[in-house]
Design a protein. Structure first.
Length: 133
């Protein structure tokens, strides 16, 4: 069955997180910006993937969403620029954040999800998946 697990993803400073079975609830900071960072051992190469899929209970809680990658030397680079929710494709698995042609040959040790809230609603995250080419 479902178990409470954030899979090593952590809310960055200013973002509050609580984990319940099958649900990761994230409350953005007072400025309406939330950040969630992946574990530090991803070895993620955007060239190998078509998109990142973000599944949330209510996508409308986000006004914009984007993804950054962290290189081996600690630098964060935008992989998916902050994008208006209305411009993202929705598939059954969630919101599709396309990675087309981004930093293709670089390997990232971590990625982070950044979003701006819509009226400061909490984000209820169900899954983040990497969609293979």
């Amino acid at each position: 069955g479902m178990h409470a697990d954030s899979d090593g993803w952590v809310a960055a400073t200013g973002t509050q997180a609580s984990v319940r079975p099958g649900k990761f609830t994230l409350q953005a900071g007072a400025d309406g910006t939330g950040t969630l960072e992946s574990p530090d051992d991803l070895a993620f190469k955007p060239a190998d993937y078509r998109a990142i899929i973000v599944k949330t209970a209510a996508p409308e809680a986000m006004a914009t969403v984007g993804v950054d990658g962290q290189t081996a030397d600690g630098k964060w680079i935008a992989l998916v620029a902050a994008t208006d929710l209305s411009k993202l494709a929705r598939v059954s698995a969630g919101l599709l954040l396309p990675l087309a042609g981004t930093q293709s040959d670089v390997e990232f040790r971590r990625v982070r999800l950044n979003w701006k809230t819509n009226g400061n609603q909490p984000l209820i995250l169900e899954r983040i998946a990497f969609y293979v080419q």
